[in-house]
Design a protein around this ligand. Sequence first.
Ligand code: C5P
Length: 236
Amino acid sequence: VRTAAVIPAAGLGVRLGPGAPKALRTLGGTPMLVHAVRAMAASRAVTHIVVVAPQDDPEGVRRLLDAHPLADRTGLTVVPGGTTRQESVRRGLAALPDGIDVVLVHDAARPLVPVETVDAVIAAVRDGAPAVVPALPLADTVKQVEPRPQGTPEPVVGTPERSLLRAVQTPQGFDLPTLLAAHEIVVEGEGATDDAGLVERLGKPVVLVPGHEEAFKVTRPLDLVLAEAVLARRRA
Ligand code: C5P
């Protein structure tokens, strides 16, 4: 069984505030994307990584990654991204080498996921699950709202039972034909925010494995502070 990882890294990171595209911002002096690539390459099972770069500068991303080489056993391809995450992942899948059976899709915005989580996802796919997602219980209670224009109070329409909800992370792992089929049937613009959601629409089972607190997504400025603290603790 050969395993590859696709890393969508073409987002602008608007919620993080002004600056470079999110994946190129540094943590502990190293670009977030380099951390994410290393996190995938840390798994001995991963033989190839496809990075989906910001559309305007794939060559710059290639140079950046060449300056932070991986062990020889891991191949690397860089392709330009699309306007949505879904399109970026689709372009990454199209660039996979032949002979891959299992594919991970991992957000560049989750640079600190531990290798144990990566390996647990891969193992569950190899054990026969077509789609595997790392997930954690929620700390916060979640409300469903009726959308209103910005600045207007939103009425609450319901409170899903918290114990039945999970926050999902990446890498999400798939049997490759399943993920290709899911991306084929789902029309762009239908608003899938993760890849497993596309597989659910195919009617195939998606299973969860335990996620990890350090696999959090760097989205807002406070997340950068937390990520720096996690790195500093690892290096201590
Ligand atoms: O926007 P969101 O937080 O869901 O982005 C998750 C991941 O998808 C990020 O790593 C981001 O770089 C990537 N992305 C992408 N292409 C887009 C939008 C997001 O590769 N057009």
